[in-house]
Each structure stands twice: as structure tokens, then as C-alpha cells.
Design a protein around this ligand. Structure first.
Ligand SMILES: Nc1ncnc2c1ncn2[C@@H]1O[C@H](COP(=O)(O)OP(=O)(O)OP(=O)(O)O)[C@@H](O)[C@H]1O
Length: 375
């Protein structure tokens, strides 16, 4: 792990377009689907003596030498809210996969609590766990493990087959999902006759066919070339927008996290160093590590006019173009440059502030960083 954000910086070209295609943010007061509290995962002998003890204060290296243990997840707490895309981001080895695998106990947590819809995951027996993984929180892996001799349709129907769904019903459901992920007309092909991106879509359709409450994605697109990867990201955004399904998405790629996430948990050495919206992470980094991580992000493409606005002066709240509070600073710059005047930020029919050349440039230059983004 290189300890800095070097190499993770996003270029302008890679940056998210915060256009209306981006799914609406899940409401901050939406109920939690997953609630994780004080979660630890320690690998190694007698791992359960580590959380909360003096051993936990040792550096990773000391702990490995003295106790033969590795702390992959260290005292992590967060909620995944209904309808949001929750991204877990961090460099290689920071604990992302371990954390997400703990959610459905594909990896057994060492200590802490996990609940799904208020139900204790750690107390589930084998049957309840199977049900959890199949119906409630399905995982989409980087390698989908498609069955090579089966058609696209049968691959998609496979999960339903395991569940004992009758043939006609599962084929009908599978056909619907194949259509949903944009593979209509390819039902009879074998996986080997598909491109990498199309194979990913088959895997996605298979996970969707089980109609899980939450989709868990483990770096599903990291092996794809950039254009196909972009396609698949848009597919995820579209699915999310159409269905509002809750998603947890692991990535080590900052631009992917910013493009997809309603909220991002940024991990370092097993800890969540900051959990917030893309705007909070980029606009109000919690520490130097996060600041370094997001250093190359074009701020104007992530930050919104909420950060740039100032109170309206007399007469200003009735004049000028109106912008939604979710408008990016980049879009607002275009409006202000075109009209040559300040623009109003209007929320629910009420003018909540004004942006002008100066306030917008202040955000681009980072002069706003002492100011917190409005909630
Ligand atoms: N089964 C295991 N036994 C021992 N240590 C493990 C095991 N699995 C993971 N680790 C360690 O836990 C830490 C976190 O690993 P994890 O795979 O969760 O990270 P990650 O952020 O998902 O990395 P990547 O992006 O490379 O997949 C690493 O130091 C890793 O070496």
C-alpha cells in the first residue's frame, strides 16, 4: 500500500458528469438496510483477543510480529440506507473486500454487530444465512462464474433454478432481466460468444433475477477496458435510477466512486477514515490522507452551488436564472458566463442563495474549504 492517493487521482476525462442521469440521492433519513457497529475482523490465531485490547493499539507490523495477526477491519461503524449506492473505497489491502464479505458472513466477523432491516446477522443460522445471501443481499463478483455450456438465458435463470423456481417461471423472469440489462436478442448465445462487458451484464442479470433487497458489488468492473467499464457504470446508474435498489459497491477507483456513490466510505488500514457524500469527501476532507486522495479531482465537477452560494442581496432573489441546489459548480459557471449575471439557487420554490463569478471561482480555487457544504 503506498499510503497516499498517488495514482488514484482522477483526470477530467474520467470524472463523473453530475447530470440528471445520476440517480437521486437517497434521503438522509431513509431507514438503514444494513447497520454495522464496531465491526472488527482480525485474521490469525486467537484473533478475538485483539479487539479492544492493548494489542489493538500496535502497528500492523508489530501485531503481525507479536501475535501473528492482521487487522483487516478495525472498529468500523456505518449504516447503508435504503435506496442508496454506498461505495466502499480504498487502496489495495485497506480492507474493502473483507468488510463487505462480513456483511453476509462470507467472512466471519471477529467482533461487533451487523443488522439487516434490524435483524441480527451474526445470530443467523445456516438456513437464514443462505436466505440472506440468495434473496436479501446478493453479491456480484468480478468473475461471474458463468456456466460455459449454458445459454445466456439459462445462466441468468440458474440462480432461480437453485431456488427451485419452476422452469416456465424462471425462464420468463430471466428473459425480463436479460432485457433489463440490454442483452435482448442474445438469449441463446453461450458466454464464450459474448464480450467481457456483455458477460458482466449476464452476471448482473443473474443477481437481479433473485430480486435481492441489496446488491453487493465486489469490484465488478475492474477487469474491463475503460470504455466498457464506463458503459457498465452507466448501466448501474440506470438500474439504480429505475429501481431505487440499494447497492453496496467496492472499488479502489476514485472516479468510479465519485460517479456511482451517493455516499462513500473511504478506508485506510482497516478503518473508515471518512464516510460522506462525494461533495463532502472532495469539499471537506476529514484529514490529510483524504485531502491527498482527492487532490486531483476537478472540484467544480463534484461540488455543487450549495458550497458556492452567498446570501442574496436586495432584489437579487427575484432576478436571474434559477439553479437547483444540486447543480454542479461547473454547470453554474456555464450559466453565469452565458448570462453575465449572478444566478439564483432555488430550493422548493424559495431562493436560498446566489452564485456569481466570484463565489464560483472561489470554490474552484479551494477558497471555500473552511466553509462546510450545506447539508
Ligand atoms: N484470509 C486472510 N488471512 C490473512 N490476512 C488476510 C486474509 N484476507 C485478507 N487479509 C488481509 O487483510 C487486509 C485487507 O484485505 P482485503 O482483501 O479486505 O483488502 P482490499 O481493500 O479488498 O484489497 P484489494 O483491493 O487488493 O482487494 C490485507 O492486509 C490482507 O492481506
Amino acid at each position: 500500500m503506498n499510503g497516499t492517493g498517488a495514482g488514484t487521482g482522477a483526470t477530467t476525462e474520467q470524472m463523473p458528469e453530475q447530470t440528471p442521469e445520476h440517480a437521486p440521492q437517497a434521503a438522509a433519513d431513509a431507514p438503514a438496510v444494513f447497520s454495522v457497529r464496531n465491526l472488527w475482523k482480525v485474521f490469525g490465531p486467537k484473533a478475538d483477543r485483539v479487539p479492544g485490547s492493548d494489542l489493538a493499539a500496535l502497528s500492523a507490523e508489530e501485531l503481525r510480529e507479536q501475535a501473528g495477526c492482521t487487522v483487516a477491519v478495525r472498529d468500523v461503524s456505518f449504516d447503508v440506507r435504503q435506496g442508496e449506492v454506498f461505495v466502499v473505497m480504498g487502496l489495495s489491502g485497506s480492507g474493502k473486500s473483507t468488510l463487505v464479505r462480513c456483511l453476509t458472513r462470507l467472512i466471519e466477523p471477529t467482533s461487533g454487530t451487523i443488522a439487516i432491516d434490524g435483524e441480527d446477522v451474526c445470530g443467523m443460522d445456516k438456513g437464514a444465512l443462505r436466505d440472506l445471501r440468495r434473496h436479501r443481499a446478493a453479491m456480484v463478483f468480478q468473475h461471474f462464474g458463468l456456466l460455459p455450456h449454458r445459454s445466456v438465458l439459462d445462466n441468468v435463470a440458474y440462480g432461480l433454478e437453485i431456488q427451485g423456481v419452476a422452469k416456465a417461471e424462471r425462464r420468463a423472469k430471466a428473459a425480463e432481466m436479460v432485457e433489463k440489462v440490454g442483452l435482448a436478442g442474445m438469449e441463446d448465445r453461450r458466454p464464450g460468444q459474448l464480450s467481457g462487458g456483455q458477460q458482466q451484464r449476464v452476471g448482473l442479470a443473474r443477481a437481479l433475477a433473485a430480486d435481492p433487497e441489496v446488491l453487493l458489488f465486489d469490484e465488478p468492473f475492474s477487469a474491463l477496458d475503460p470504455l466498457i467499464r464506463r458503459d457498465m457504470q452507466e448501466e448501474v446508474v440506470r438500474l439504480h435510477r429505475d429501481e431505487g435498489r440499494t447497492m453496496v459497491f467496492i472499488t479502489h477507483d476514485l472516479s468510479e466512486a465519485l460517479r456511482l456513490g451517493d455516499r462513500i466510505a473511504l478506508m485506510r488500514d482497516g478503518r473508515v477514515v471518512q464516510c460522506g457524500t462525494p461533495e463532502e469527501i472532495v469539499g471537506s476532507p476529514a484529514d490529510d490522507y483524504v485531502r491527498d486522495f482527492v487532490r486531483d479531482v476537478p472540484r467544480e465537477q463534484v461540488l455543487t452551488v450549495r458550497r458556492a452560494m452567498r446570501p442574496a442581496a436586495a432584489g437579487e432573489s427575484e432576478e436571474g436564472e434559477s439553479l437547483a441546489p444540486t447543480t454542479t459548480v461547473a454547470e453554474a459557471i456555464e450559466t453565469v458566463a452565458r448570462t453575465g449575471t449572478a444566478a439564483r439557487v432555488v430550493d422548493g420554490g424559495r431562493c436560498v442563495g446566489v452564485v456569481d463569478h466570484r463565489s464560483l471561482l472561489g470554490v474552484v480555487a479551494g477558497l471555500d474549504s473552511s466553509r462546510k457544504a450545506a447539508a
